[in-house]
Design a protein around this ligand. Structure first.
Ligand SMILES: NC(=O)c1ccc[n+]([C@@H]2O[C@H](COP(=O)([O-])OP(=O)(O)OC[C@H]3O[C@@H](n4cnc5c(N)ncnc54)[C@H](OP(=O)(O)O)[C@@H]3O)[C@@H](O)[C@H]2O)c1
Length: 249
């Protein structure tokens, strides 16, 4: 991997994507490369998708958002690799129902807090002074949250609460970093299903989604780019969910 390689010159600038080694994160990173950006691809596990991004010129930075020191170390390495940053997309996330065992749930809470809240907080704080658009306009921070940050499912309370925390941090950073940096949040609805989600649950989810289909990683990319392309939007939360948040009648 080409961890910490210096940033090549690029007129559009450098975009940092966390969790870039699979699914939505890999798609976002690939699409930014398609569109001419330099990409810093933060990842935890090595994957073929990550290798493909590196082959296309992405700067790969490995790290596990497991505690403050580890997240701070990732932030320092991104700061060194990309002296100026056009945008940071906080995509890394972990998802599972809350464990029935209270001791296990407590550990789960810590892990979810680290990846959904503390790592974005530490990266934003460390990188804030480096975030800017090449044309002198505002740079962007984009937090990927979830429609369930607003309307939590009790079985997933720890996931939902920590995603809500991430969403709340969007508002704090939007105030703190204005007018130099815009900070916005995207709430995906069902884009893909974890392997452990049953066919019955998948069909129920689709029946409860007005557009009656899952979304695509490309729909998330379009929402990310819409924030980046709009110079009068900060502290906003946009759902990309096929209407799922509206609930079914
Ligand atoms: N997919 C959906 O239907 C859906 C719905 C609502 C919201 N979202 C949100 O959309 C975003 C992308 O979703 P997705 O389905 O592509 O997610 P995903 O497949 O679960 O991928 C999550 C990414 O986060 C990384 N990650 C998890 N814990 C980490 C940690 N402690 N340190 C560093 N990296 C860590 C994973 O790395 P590893 O590969 O090493 O595990 C992976 O790259 C997420 O923020 C998710 O919450 C997705």
């Amino acid at each position: 991997m080409n961890d910490n390689m210096p940033q090549p010159a690029n007129l559009l600038g450098t975009v940092v994507v966390t969790g870039a080694n699979r699914n939505v994160g890999a798609h976002l990173a690939g699409r930014f490369i398609d569109d001419g950006y330099t990409v810093v691809a933060q990842y935890r596990s090595a994957t073929d998708a990550l290798d493909a991004l590196v082959e296309r010129g992405a700067i790969a930075i490995q790290g596990d958002f497991s505690d403050a020191a580890a997240s701070q170390a990732v932030a320092d390495r991104i700061a060194a690799a990309a002296p100026t940053i056009r945008a940071v997309v906080h995509n890394a996330s972990t998802f599972s129902p809350t464990n029935d065992d209270p001791a296990q749930a407590a550990e789960q809470f810590q892990a979810f807090f680290e990846v959904h809240m503390r790592a974005p907080y530490l990266l934003n704080t460390r990188l804030a002074d480096q975030i800017a658009a090449p044309d002198g306009g505002a740079g962007d921070i984009i937090h990927i949250t979830d429609i369930y940050a607003d309307n939590p499912g009790p079985q997933y309370d720890i996931y939902c609460a920590t995603k809500a925390g991430l969403q709340n941090l969007s508002a704090s950073f939007a105030k703190r970093l204005a007018p130099r940096v815009k900070v916005n949040a995207i709430q995906p609805g069902p884009i893909s299903f974890e392997s452990w989600v049953s066919e019955e649950q998948r069909q129920a989810m689709l029946r409860a989604t007005p557009l009656a289909k899952t979304g695509t990683p490309e729909a998330i990319y379009k929402a990310v780019r819409a924030f980046m392309d709009n110079d009068y939007q900060t502290g906003a939360v946009v759902a990309v969910d096929g209407g799922k948040r509206l609930g079914s009648n």
